[in-house]
Design a protein around this ligand. Structure first.
Ligand code: T4K
Length: 370
């Protein structure tokens, strides 16, 4: 049997590039709590991403939890069921009620036309997800939010360094949250980033990730331990030197998939918006009705050949038992989300995929589709 191919394979720069950073950490014994590499990574990331204010976190989930807390969101939050569980979990952990609405058929992001019908007198915010790094309809969402006095948070877990015609997509909303988990385009093994709008917001995020301490004697809002360690920050500094090349390499894999798999009956591509610069974080395809094989069976057939794709995002969050049991009075029917979730398959994509592996994936997929 060939070696396993997973949906993601973390990008790792040469080991020797990390050594000076680790030696420095061993020398200074500063391991966490806002050390020099933490500070340096915040500065370098702000410049790389083209944003002014950001704060680093121990995970994307911790970042999302504390962004919601920092913005003082309460009551109900309009969001998408087509995402990773962390999106809605972060709402529940803040005592908020997710109101699930449908997604746009093409982008698979919140359908802005469905938002206003879901607003109640308890709604205080919109939590959109830039699925696969493809930005939400940010202009419509901004208009609706300002008409209805709602906060906007973007779960930009997949959107590291994605740009639209005006610059970084992370500038949209009151805050945007990135994941730097091992499987992401830019990784710090585990980690997250909140991009925010002001120094005051950053200071609030910094307090919240450090238990809520304003000084050793003062906590006004209880926080978490959500801090990124010095080792993760150092890993990030080394990754940052290489990440532009990783994205280029991912683009090459993306383009090869498109040329190898175009025109196949039963297979449909996911398209990025035309005016963005994507990061090629995922390669989702949809197994349509014309395929002779059910999506679940395609996944199994690929796994039989040691290719481990993932159904991001199946099941819908709203179909997890916990969420099925909650009352979400304003949630609406979500036919587009159901259809995408039932048919999606994310093919492996990572910066150092070999030609041999890519050919193996494509020929297995073609055979699996019948
Ligand atoms: N919002 C959204 C929209 C998200 O997608 C996510 C996370 C979050 C919020 C929360 O961010 P974090 O708190 O995670 O920072 C993965 C990731 O764990 C998760 O970060 C990601 N989204 C989600 C879409 O996918 P799994 O359980 O499918 O992945 P996992 O860990 O099984 O990895 C997939 C494959 O990658 C493995 O089968 C093998 C390979 N792999 C994985 C790891 C961790 C490696 O080769 N090396 C590794 O170290 O959730």
């Amino acid at each position: 049997m060939s070696k396993p191919i997973f949906v993601a394979r973390p990008s790792l720069p040469p080991l020797e590039e990390y050594v000076p950073f680790l030696e420095e950490i061993w020398e200074t014994r500063v391991l966490s709590n806002g050390g020099q590499f933490h500070t340096q990574l915040e500065t370098e990331l702000a410049s790389y991403l083209g944003v002014e204010h950001l704060s680093l976190f121990a995970s994307g989930t911790a970042a999302l939890l504390l962004a919601l807390r920092a913005l003082g969101v309460d009551g109900e939050v309009i969001t998408t069921p087509y995402s990773f569980a962390a999106t809605a979990n972060a709402l529940v952990w803040n005592g908020l009620t997710p109101t699930f609405i449908d997604i746009d058929r093409k982008t698979l992001n919140l359908d802005a036309r469905a938002i206003e019908a879901a607003i109640t007198d308890r709604t205080t915010a919109i939590l959109g997800v830039h699925s696969y790094g493809n930005p939400c309809d940010v202009a419509s969402i901004e208009k609706i939010a300002s008409r209805n006095n709602l906060k906007v948070i973007y779960d930009a877990a997949h959107a590291f360094s994605v740009e639209d015609s005006g610059g970084s997509v992370l500038r949209h909303g009151d805050m945007a949250v990135i994941s730097t988990h091992a499987t992401k385009v830019f990784n710090t093994f585990e980690g997250g980033i909140v991009v925010c709008k002001s120094e005051a917001q950053k200071e609030e995020l910094d307090r919240l990730k450090n238990f809520g301490f304003e000084d050793p004697m003062t906590i006004n809002t209880p926080g978490l331990n959500g801090k990124m360690s010095e080792v993760s920050a150092a890993l990030g500094l080394v990754q940052l030197r290489h990440v532009s090349r990783y994205i280029e390499e991912r683009k090459a894999i993306h383009d090869r998939y498109k040329s190898e798999l175009s025109g196949i009956k039963g297979l449909q591509f996911y398209e990025y918006k035309a005016d963005i610069r994507p990061n090629f974080s995922y390669f989702p395809v949809f197994i349509t009705k014309e395929s002779r094989t059910e999506p679940k069976r395609v996944l199994e057939k690929m796994a039989e050949r040691n290719i481990h794709c993932r159904r991001y995002f199946y099941p819908l969050i709203s179909n997890f038992p916990y969420y099925l049991n909650q009352r979400e009075p304003a949630s609406s029917s979500t036919p587009n989300a159901i259809s995408a979730s039932d048919t999606v398959l994310c093919l492996p994509i990572y910066s150092d995929m070999t030609e041999e592996d890519l050919n193996h994936i494509c020929s297995t997929l073609k055979a699996a589709l019948g």
